[in-house]
Design a protein around this ligand. Structure first.
Ligand code: PLP
Length: 479
């Protein structure tokens, strides 16, 4: 890299991105382009000769930005957030600048050691049990996504049990979760070779606010044991994807422990809220868990990707995922005095992602991060009050964090119980380009999701979003 060119281009690029953020509210939040739009705008082949950065940036402005959905817009309320911040962005820059590949300690000692330290820091902020700290048998690691985190712990759990009962027992292994668990678990089961018919998807409904019922788990395990199956993995969620439901960790964990089942807790979104003392109780019972995951890249101001995973027994991961080819052998690894994160993940290569989280923790400090979370939860409460002030709408699941699930109440005798009405409302608000929200289905009802969590969102944006929803509802109900 030519340092002078980097300096010049780097300034230009940072200015470009800063200008993007300055004008972010002028764009349609949800991109409105049609499939294949870009093919018509870009040449068929790569240029033979170099072009200027300015020409490329002009194309970004004119051709790429129209096809970007603006996750960082303050009017973004879809899915769950994917935060960026100056601190996270600077960490990302630093990581790109060093561009190391830190698979083993020796390939960049600072990358491994900072990751160990920062994950210990966050474990302490979350008040995770000491067994998750690197000082004992456990520790934390940064994965790309919560899906990867679930996959690696499932593999570790699978291999641990197969080592005990024999490799040809795979067909007997059973996985448990609720029907609100993220589809990442199903994918992990497919990859891990778990027999599809051995994935017990337990029904959660409005009677428990969509949380998994421990008794159902207990019954399912008893049934499976009596039929000769081997229960081995339970995934609970704190902050489910559809409605932010919280599974009862303590009770589930006790059942898992009694049956020697690996207990993973997926708090991809809501884990961030648990840095606040008043929300920490949502992970009470985490003492019973074998592993715990949360995405700092969702709601903790750390640019994507930065998914945090802690395990109590790192050797289970390592035994499942470690390889030791000649070309990677080195003194430190062989003396067994260091962590080699290549053995805690699927790929070999890994980026210096801990820099991002380190920058965020240092440039904000825990207190500011807590205020950040509290502010979003307050805005979600305000949005909920607006919903309840208009009898045409109803809130359909309790609000626990910064997600509000609601819908337009269907007229009496409506044939599909408001499905089409709310589908059309979603479509209308999202094609307006003014806000972006998403949907789910709960107990057969089509539900709209309003997730506060973009860093730039303020009260005025929430109020403006409510006005968009009300106006579109008025038009639809008139029709
Ligand atoms: N788990 C939960 C509870 C989620 O809400 C999500 C995504 O929203 C995931 C897992 C998947 O996250 P990732 O994209 O990091 O794999």
């Amino acid at each position: 890299m030519d340092s002078e060119q980097l300096r010049e281009y780097g300034h230009q690029m940072v200015d470009f991105i800063a200008d993007y953020y300055k004008s972010i509210e002028s764009f349609s939040v949800l991109s409105q382009v049609k499939p294949g739009y870009l093919r018509e705008l870009l040449p068929d082949a790569a240029p033979k000769h170099p072009e200027s950065l300015q020409d490329v940036l002009n194309d970004v402005q004119q051709k790429i930005i129209p096809g970007v959905t603006h996750w960082q817009s303050p009017d973004y309320f879809a899915y769950y957030p994917s935060n960026s911040s100056t601190a996270g962005f600077l960490g990302e820059m630093l990581s790109a600048g060093f561009n190391i590949v830190g698979f083993s300690w020796v390939t960049s000692p600072a990358a491994t050691e900072l990751e160990v330290i920062v994950l210990d820091w966050l474990a302490k902020i979350l008040k995770l049990p000491n067994e998750f700290l690197s000082s004992g048998q456990g520790g934390g690691v940064i994965q790309g996504t919560a899906s990867e985190a679930i996959l690696v712990v499932l593999l570790a759990a699978r291999d641990k049990v197969l080592r005990k009962i024999g490799r040809n027992s795979l067909e007997k292994l059973v996985v448990y979760a609720s029907d609100q668990t993220h589809s990442a678990l199903q994918k992990a089961c497919q990859i891990a070779g778990i027999y599809p018919e051995n994935f017990r998807v337990l029904k959660a409904d409005s009677s428990t606010n969509y949380a998994l019922i421990p008794y159902q788990l207990h019954e399912a395990i008893i049934n499976d044991l009596s039929s000769g199956f081997i229960p081995f993995f339970l995934c609970a969620t704190v902050g489910t994807t559809s409605s932010a439901a919280v599974d009862p960790l303590s009770d589930l964990g006790k059942i898992a422990k009694a049956n020697d089942i690996w207990f993973h807790v997926d708090a991809a979104y809501a884990g961030s809220a648990c840095i606040c003392p008043e929300y920490r109780h949502h992970i009470d019972g985490i003492e019973e868990a074998t592993s715990f995951g949360m995405n700092a890249h969702k709601w903790l101001l750390t640019n994507f990707d930065c998914s945090l995973l802690w395990v109590k027994d790192r050797s289970a991961l390592i035994q499942s995922l470690s390889t030791n080819p000649e070309f990677l052998k080195n003194k430190a690894s062989q003396e067994n005095t260091v962590v080699d994160f290549k053995d805690w993940q699927i790929p070999l290569g890994r980026r210096f992602r801990s820099l991002k989280l380190w920058m965020v923790l240092r440039l904000y400090g825990v207190e500011n991060l807590q205020s950040y979370i509290r502010n979003h939860i307050k805005l979600a409460e305000q949005f909920m009050q607006l919903i309840t002030s208009d009898p045409r709408f109803e809130v359909v699941a309790p609000r626990t964090f910064s997600l509000v699930c609601f819908r337009l109440v269907p007229p009496e005798g409506d044939q599909d119980n408001g499905y089409k009405l709310n589908y059309n409302l979603l479509d209308a608000v999202n094609t307006s380009g003014k806000i972006f929200i998403s949907h789910t289905v709960l107990s057969g009802k089509y539900i709209l999701r309003f997730a506060v969590g973009a860093p730039l969102t303020e009260e005025s944006h929430v109020k403006a979003a409510w006005k968009v929803l009300q106006d579109q509802a008025t038009i639809l109900l008139r029709e």
